[in-house]
Write a protein that binds this ligand. Structure first.
Ligand code: PA5
Length: 443
């Protein structure tokens, strides 16, 4: 089974031989380690280097949390949150929360915001359930998850006592540095290490993503297997004609340099919506620097045709669209014939919703191309762990290549610091006295 296909025939750009070899050269840099940010290339060979022992340890820890808790609260932000959320949503029943019986613990997320209402409502909602938590922070110093963890830790210790709490708290963090590591060591929590050479937004296939996903009942072996297949299919030795990540990166680059500054990622399957969010972080943080980079936007279809559709069809012509198309749904629902036909829909009688959805997809594609929005199509056979694993690695690899094509360091995020400095100054964090005085005079 082919895990992923890429169709760029409706992109409207022709790739020069020079661009194709530049994309392959960028791919090679990811292997030689001679490019910018070369201390963060651990993700390149990650799928093929995850050991059986590591998978076993993750699954054992997940089994222990599953046996203890009906609700597992996953604390993290950015790359320490979006991957698990994206894959979990893709692999879960859309209405899982309404089901009377749950085969897996409910995984909820915290620490991705500082909202008092969100936090209060979360604590309220889990009152009647047994709970555990996984706290994830590579740096171990990020404020949002640190605040959430202080609150959730207190709740767990209050309910179960300090000793039992230790078996309900797992930390995923740096092997040596950061406040979370110090705290986890002192309190005796089980810990998993995020490798030094894997940055947050490339960490979904480390325990950052794999542990919460195993807790949520996702087949993490199959996920990694799919990623591994894509790792091989986009390896340094693979020719441009066969290397889908190089093709996607080169096509995006050609579109960008032709004036298309916005890429909209969309899908006709709502459970892929958070794949869009993960992708936005991956590309936004990796490419958006030095005054460069495609702005990553997203839509969920057909819903957004009734909101963003107007702009995409007729607004400023600065965008292109990439659609993740799913070939086979997991379920079957047909439109039945209706004798009265008052809604006039009998012309659809006997058709599966999937057929109608596909015609919407085709119709929109052609309309958008006619409106000056080039289209790239990523086709996956079904929403399954293996295809999602391949998709994640495909996007990661293309992102590394894309960053090098536009000549930025795709593996840093210096721009994330500016807001933190202001926030700490406004909150009078010790050490920020001068900044505090300066910022307060501007209010
Ligand atoms: O991609 C990144 O590096 C960031 O988005 C981080 O994942 C995010 O800032 C969270 O950082 P940390 O895991 O250190 O708490």
């Amino acid at each position: 089974m082919e895990l992923l296909k890429l169709n760029t025939s409706k992109s409207g750009v022709a790739l020069s031989a020079e661009l194709k070899s530049a994309a392959l050269a960028a791919n090679s840099l990811l292997y030689s380690g001679k490019g910018a940010g070369n201390d963060f290339l651990g993700w390149v060979n990650l799928p093929s280097s995850i050991s059986a022992e590591e998978m076993k340890a993750i699954k054992e820890c997940a089994a222990s949390l599953r046996s203890k808790a009906e609700v597992v609260i996953c604390i993290g932000i950015g790359g320490s949150y979006l991957g698990a959320k994206a894959v979990l949503d893709a692999m879960s029943n859309s209405f899982e929360l309404l089901h009377k019986q749950h085969n897996n613990p409910i995984v909820l997320f915290a620490g991705q915001n500082i909202s008092e209402d969100y936090t209060a409502e979360l604590l309220e909602a889990v009152k009647g359930y047994s709970i555990a938590t996984i706290v994830i922070s590579k740096s171990g110093t990020t404020t949002e998850p640190a605040i959430a963890f202080r609150i959730i830790k207190e709740e767990i210790e209050k309910r179960y006592g300090k000793e039992e709490a230790k078996s309900r708290i797992v930390a995923v963090t740096d092997k040596a540095r950061g406040a979370l590591k110090t705290l986890a060591t002192q309190e005796g929590y089980a810990t998993f290490v995020i490798p030094d050479n894997v940055g947050g937004r490339f960490s979904v296939l480390t325990p950052v993503g794999l542990l919460p996903l195993a807790v949520g009942g996702v087949d993490i072996e199959a996920l990694v297997e799919g990623a591994k297949a894509m790792e091989q299919a986009t390896a340094e030795s693979v020719a441009f004609e066969d290397n889908l990540a190089a093709q996607y990166a080169a096509t995006r680059y050609a579109l960008y340099t032709s004036g298309k500054k916005i890429e909209i990622l969309g899908s006709y399957e709502p459970k892929l919506q958070n794949i869009n969010e993960w992708w936005k972080q991956l590309y936004g943080e990796s490419e958006g620097k030095d005054g460069k980079g495609i702005f990553p936007a997203s839509v969920t279809l057909t819903a957004d045709l009734h909101s963003m559709g107007q702009y995409i069809q007729e607004g400023e012509r600065s965008m292109f669209e990439t659609i993740i198309s799913v070939e086979k749904p997991a379920h079957e629902v047909k439109v039945e014939a209706d004798e009265a036909n008052l809604d006039g829909l009998n012309f659809l009688a006997g058709k599966r919703l999937h057929e109608i959805n596909k015609m919407a997809e085709l119709g929109v594609q052609l309309a958008h191309i006619d409106g000056g929005v080039p289209n790239l199509l990523i086709q996956i056979p079904a929403i399954e762990e293996k295809t999602i694993g391949a998709l994640l690695y495909f996007f990661e690899k293309a992102c590394g290549i894309s960053g090098y094509l536009i000549d930025v360091n795709p593996f840093n995020q210096p721009g994330v610091e500016a807001y933190k400095k202001n926030m700490f100054a406004l909150l009078d964090k010790p050490g920020y006295e001068a900044e505090s005085a300066a910022i307060k005079s501007r209010l």
